[in-house]
Design a protein around this ligand. Structure first.
Ligand SMILES: [Zn+2]
Length: 267
């Protein structure tokens, strides 16, 4: 077990990255009795039933199965995107596989942090909250490990191709691109929802967009949390500034233009 994972600062670090964090009692002391030198991250899915609950696999991931002693990963990611710290030490999640990203063959458990994300792996839709948290959690952990190299994030199916399929339904190249974006945006990035950013809506995301536009020099006198004509005009100016034309510059925020404004975006 390393001081790095045991360090109490990890929770604050994840909070700074905008993650909701819970812990399983005793997580700092939990781990198999082997050395653990984390320098990469392996992504998994738990295969729990799609309606089995937010942390259906907590018991198994913490305590293991009859054929495999726990912990089965350091971190469990809930269906709602909540991060649960299970163990700080060596966990049985990687098995045979590799080499990859500088980790010798069959030594994934010694060198990689495992994240088990709740999903049935049989086509269950990943919620936008869970995916956004998965990207941000990986970015936060890379930052914690002192690297920006997103190749150090990979799927179990990439570590053990042919033997493993997890995380199912996730294209790991696109996943890494999102982790890279999250790293570029940094820890204090705010997440906004597209569905809250349409004319006529009144909410905190609207006000966030107005404040960000003002920082970009597109300021109007409208400082309310209401999405009215003024914001639509201002947003159109932002779209035009970014090369959007015609229908693409309609003043209604889209994912790309919001990312350029520095936000993480979920539907
Ligand atoms: Zn796995």
């Amino acid at each position: 077990m390393t001081e790095k994972m045991k360090n109490i600062g990890l929770i604050n670090h994840l909070h700074r990255w905008g993650l909701k964090v819970e812990t399983v009692s005793g997580w700092r002391q939990r781990g198999r009795p082997y050395n653990f030198y984390p320098k990469a991250i392996i992504c998994h899915h738990t295969a729990s039933g799609s309606s089995s609950g937010n942390f259906a696999s907590e018991g198994i991931v913490t305590h293991g199965r009859s054929d495999l002693p726990g912990p089965l990963s350091q971190i469990l990611l809930g269906r709602d995107g909540t991060v649960k710290l299970v163990a700080a030490g060596f966990s049985n999640h990687a098995g045979y596989g590799g080499p990859r990203a500088g980790i010798p063959a069959n030594q994934g458990n010694t060198y990689a942090i495992g994240i088990e994300a709740e999903n049935n792996g049989l086509g269950e839709r990943w919620s936008p909250q869970a995916l956004n948290a998965y990207y941000r959690l990986c970015a936060a952990l890379l930052d914690w490990l002192g690297t920006k190299d997103v190749s150090k994030v990979f799927g179990h199916k990439e570590w053990a191709p042919g033997r493993k399929i997890d995380p199912a339904g996730i294209d790991m190249e696109r996943f890494r691109a999102q982790v890279k974006l999250a790293l570029a945006q940094g820890p204090s990035v705010k997440t906004v929802r597209l569905s809250r950013l349409v004319p006529g809506k009144r909410n905190a995301d609207v006000l966030l967009v107005k404040k960000r536009l003002a920082k970009k020099g597109i300021a109007s006198s409208d400082k309310t949390n209401f999405f009215g004509k003024e914001l639509q005009n201002d947003y159109r100016a932002w779209q035009i500034q970014n090369g959007y034309k015609g229908k693409d510059a309609d003043g209604i925020p889209g994912k790309n233009s919001l990312q350029k404004l520095g936000f993480a975006v979920i539907p």
